[in-house]
Ligand binder design. Sequence first.
Ligand SMILES: [Cu+2]
Length: 673
Amino acid sequence: MGINRVLAVLSVTVLASCGQSSQETGNNTPTTLSPWHSLTETEINEAAAAVNDAFGEGILFNRISLTEPDKNKARAWQAGDTATRGADIVYRLNKASYIARYDFDTASLSAPSEITSGQPMLVGEELFGALDVVNQLPEVVAALERRGITGSDGLCLPRTVGRFFADLANPVNDRLVRFDCFNIRGQSGLGLLPTTSAWARPVEGLSVLFDVEELKLIEITDSFADAETPPNDFEVIEFHESALDTRPALKPITIEQREGRNFDITGSQINWQDWQFHLRFDPRQGTILNNIGVVSDDGFRPVAYEIAMSEMFVPYQDPDTHWFYRAYFDMGEYGFGNMATELKGNDCPPTAIYQDVVLHTASGEAFTAENRICIFEFDPGYPSWRHHESLYDDIPGMVKHNSRRATHLVVRMVAVIGNYDYFQDYIFQQDGRIRIRLISTGIDATKGVFSASLDDPRAASETQTGTLIAPYRVGVNHDHFFSYRIDMDVDGVANNFVRQRLVAAEQPDGAPRQGIWTVQQEQVLTEQQAQTVMKVEKPALLTFASTTAENAMGYPTSYQLIFPNTRPLVTLDDAIYQRAGFLKNNLWVTRYKPSEIFSTGLAVNQSDVGVGLPQYAADDEAIENTDLVAWPMIGFHHVPMAEDWPVMPSKVDEITLKPRNFFNRNPALDVPE
Ligand SMILES: [Cu+2]
C-alpha cells in the first residue's frame, strides 16, 4: 500500500530540508571520550561488525548501547584520560534473543548469553516492514472495503501485545504485534495528503495479530464482519495552522541571549553555574545524565551518579476484544531513544542549541539523527528568592527590597510513541534543585462508537470505559506510569536512605495545644524495609544522606526526593499488572548493581511476570552506608475529556531532587541582582 511509502519518503524529505544542523551545537570537541559519552558511529559499527563476524549474517540488532561503565573507574576519570568503553549488543538470531558485550580496548566480543525471559525492543524495521505487509493483506483490504475504506485511505498500525495470545502463538519466541486500523482520508484543502491526525478516525472492531519476524498473519478478528460498523468517515478537526481559524497573534515576547549562553559543553560534559554533569543518549532510555554534582570551593561534590527514566507503562482499562491487551511498556517495548523525533518549531526556545544523536539500524549500521536534544537556559518568570522588608519602608537610604532573578538550565528530548508525545526534561536550578519533568501531549487513543452524543441511547453502554470526547469516539480510560532510576551519590558513594514520617503527636492533658505534628524517623535498613508506599495521612520526607559529610550545623549532607503520589488502582495480580511489579511502591531503594538498570527487566517485550524491581529487592540486602539506587514512580490516571481533543494540552509530571542540609545556606544567595 503506497501510503506508507509516501509517509516514509515525506518524513525523510522533511528531515533533510528542515534540519537545524547548521545551528551552533555548542560542543568543544575533546581529545578523548569520557566513560559516559554516547557510543559513536565508529564504535557502533565496530561492535556490530564483531557480532556479524562471529555469528554470520541474518542478525537483527535490537539495541546497541554503551556498557554501563565500571563505576569506580569512571568516577576516577579525569578529562584527557582514556576511558574504558564497551557496548552491549542485544540481537535476534534464528528466533532467539541474545546479549553480548564488546570491549573496545581489546576489540573482543564476549560469549553471548541467550535471553530466555521476555524479548528485546521492537525496532523500526520490524514494525514498518510488517506494516507494509499487513496493509496489503487481502483479508485486511476486504475488511476495510466492507467499511467503505479503499486504497490508501486505510492505515493499520502495530501495537505491542503483552503476553497474550498463547493459544495462537508462542509468546516466548514469536515476535507478535496486533494491528488496528484507521481511516486517514484527507479532507478538502489537503489535496492528496492524508488527514493531519492519523489517529482521528478509528476503524473499530478490526484487529490483526501478526508475527513481525516471520511476516506471518496469525489471526484477523472482525467483530463487525456481518453487522453495521461504527462510522469511520466523518469530518475531523485538522490541527495544522492553515486549517484553523486562529485567534489574533499576541504581540511577541522576545527571548534572546544577545551576549551568548552561560553553559559550556565539552564532549559529554556540561557545566552551568555550579552544576557539572555528563549527558548521553541511549536507544532505549533516551537522555541519560551521569556524574551529576556541584563544583564548589572544596572541589566536585557528587549528588547522583546516574539519572534516567527506567520504564513507562500505559495500561488501558477496557476488557473489549480489541482493547484488553493494550498496555504499553513504551520504553522497553519500543525504545524512547529510537522514537525520539527532531526538535523544531516551538519545541524549544529560540536560544536553544541542538544536538544530534547516533542511533543504529536493524542491520547494525550507525546513523546520525539530527536535533534530537535541545539545551537552553530559561527564565521561569518567578524569582529565585525575594524579601521586601516593610518594617523599614520609612527609613531612607536602606535597601528594603531584595529579589533575585531565577535562571534554569533545561536538557530536553521528545519521544513520539504512536499517538502520544512525551517530553523528557532535566532542569537544573541555581538553588541546588534538579527537576525531572515528563510532559505528556499528543493524541488520545480513541475507540470508535455509534454515538455522536450522550443523547444516543447506545451512549450509556459505550461510555462505560471512557468519555465521548468527540462524536463517534470514546477516549478510553488509562494510566500513565513513569518509573525512574536515580543512582544517588550524595557527597560520595556511601549513602543512607532516611525515611521520616510527619505524624501527629498528642499533647498531655492541660497542655496549651491538643496536637502538633512532629518528624519521626523510621528504621530503614534493608531493601524490603525501604519499599515506600505514600500515605496522605502520614507524609514522608525521603532523603539520601551522606555517611561521611556534614554541613556546618552537623547534619549529614542530604538530598530529598519529592514527587506526587499515585497508586495503581488495579490489582497487581492482573495479567498485565503482574508484568509491572514496580507499581507496588511509590519508591524502591536497592543496593547499586550495574546489571539492575531497568525496573521491568532487561527484555520487556512479551515479558514474563514478576521481572525487574521485585527481583532486585527479593534478596533484601542491607542498604546501610552503601551505594544506593532510588526508583521513584510517578504518573496519573487519565480519564479523557473533550479538551483532550483533537490534540491534548501538555500535562506535566515531576520529580524534584532538593538539597536538604547539603549546603550551609541558600545556595542561590550569591546570584547577583
Ligand atoms: Cu493519557
